[in-house]
Ligand binder design. Structure first.
Ligand code: GDP
Length: 371
């Protein structure tokens, strides 16, 4: 037999010996094929598994809600609706800071602290509209949070892939609902401290935490005024080694700057603390501060008021987004848009008149085939 399989083993070739090989394993993992596929679940089954804290099914449901396919969206929306009564029971925390501020390092340290010292279950989500999954998401990448990704009580989910900020934010907000139904009592929503995504994150969290660095000049130039105004707490990272003094100085400057702002609607002036995410110093103080804030706002009613106004905000956001999509996706508009644009550029009609004519085209088309 050997001779047929391996002619080199013929005794005439002295010194040559080819060993029998091993059977190649199948390309597809047979265990995967046996696993229940996503589409096999009904919305009720999804909800049941999510409620049991089944992380695999939770991930699958999030994938569904991130999908562009209408049939996936339909199931996802049903699951969200079924999970809604079991949601809301968590503290939602937005975390922002410029790239390099130490968000991943800090989230890793915060997460381990919360799970081990405060017995919490933590979901880490992200909003990063610039990311595309194929190119690797900047945020939410598990490898950035080494300790946390090994924790069974943590669920880390990267930002939904690129799309409009509104779309990405909506998906993250819906993911919060699913995570809460799965029993996560602390939700982080991370974002890069540049651009518009902070506003979106701010509109879905109970506490907005700003990570700052000493010595970047921001504290003097007040560049991030808008973001500072949104912050419920500011923490100056990398207060370790010979950077401690600079961090303390920066914290004092932030405190002074905050005193110039009016008292926020929460009734609490944001605190400014220093810490080290890398060396895990003064992490306890940060979580004491956040827990106190949550207690305070729950007592004075601001917590509930903020959540209510966020629900309202997202209803209107959702209406706006759907109307806009419906307008731009209607075939009549798609057909007429380029021509109208040209007419405006050629100064044949005013922008206002062009818009009015487009609206007329849209409404006429709607009368022919309504929504
Ligand atoms: P991100 O871009 O905001 O997520 O920042 P990273 O967490 O990736 O941190 C950026 C760099 O700062 C990394 O090289 C970290 O090791 C470093 N770093 C983060 N936290 C600390 C800290 O507390 N102290 C010091 N000295 N370095 C830190």
């Amino acid at each position: 037999m050997n001779f047929i399989e391996h002619p080199e083993n013929d005794p005439q070739y002295t010194g040559l010996n080819v060993n029998k090989g091993i059977v190649q394993p199948p390309v597809i993992n047979p265990y995967l094929a046996k696993r229940k596929k996503r589409r096999d679940y009904t919305p009720a089954e999804y909800t049941e598994e999510i409620r049991k804290g089944n992380i695999t099914v939770l991930s699958q449901a999030v994938t569904l809600l991130e999908s562009q396919k209408t049939e996936h969206q339909t199931i996802a929306q049903e699951v969200i609706e079924k999970c809604l009564p079991f949601s809301g029971n968590s503290v939602r925390i937005g975390i922002t800071g410029v790239p390099g501020a130490g968000k991943s390092t800090s989230i890793d340290a915060f997460g381990v602290h919360l799970i081990n010292k405060r017995n919490r279950k933590l979901a880490v989500l992200a909003i990063d509209p610039s990311s595309e999954r194929s190119k690797g998401s900047i945020l939410g990448d598990k490898t950035r949070m080494e300790e946390l990704s090994r924790e069974p009580k943590a669920f880390i989910r990267p930002s939904p892939s690129a799309g409009s900020l509104g779309g990405v934010a909506r998906k993250t907000r819906e993911t919060i609902i699913l995570c809460e139904a799965a029993g996560f009592d602390t939700i982080f929503v991370e974002t890069v401290g540049v651009g518009q995504s902070e506003t979106a994150v701010h509109s879905m969290v109970d506490f907005f935490l700003l990570i700052q660095l000493a010595g970047t000049g921001d504290e003097l130039q007040g560049i991030k005024r808008g973001i500072m105004e949104m912050a419920d707490g500011i923490i100056v990272n990398k207060a370790d080694g010979n950077n401690i003094e600079k961090a303390n100085l920066a914290a004092a400057q932030y405190r002074n700057a905050l005193h110039l702002f009016p008292l926020p609607p929460s009734g609490r002036t944001p605190e400014v603390l220093t810490y080290s995410g890398y060396y895990q110093l003064e992490i306890t103080e940060i979580w004491d501060m956040i827990d106190e804030y949550i207690d305070f706002t729950k007592k004075n009613g601001y917590f509930e008021q903020r959540r209510n106004s966020q629900s309202k905000y997202w209803m209107y956001e959702s209406i706006n987004e759907q109307l806009k999509n419906h307008f731009y996706q209607s075939p009549e508009i798609e057909k007429a848009l380029a021509f109208k644009e040209k007419q405006v550029l050629d100064s044949e009609i005013s922008s206002f008149k062009a818009a009015k004519q487009m609206m007329d085209i849209y409404f006429t088309s709607q009368r022919l085939h309504p929504f």
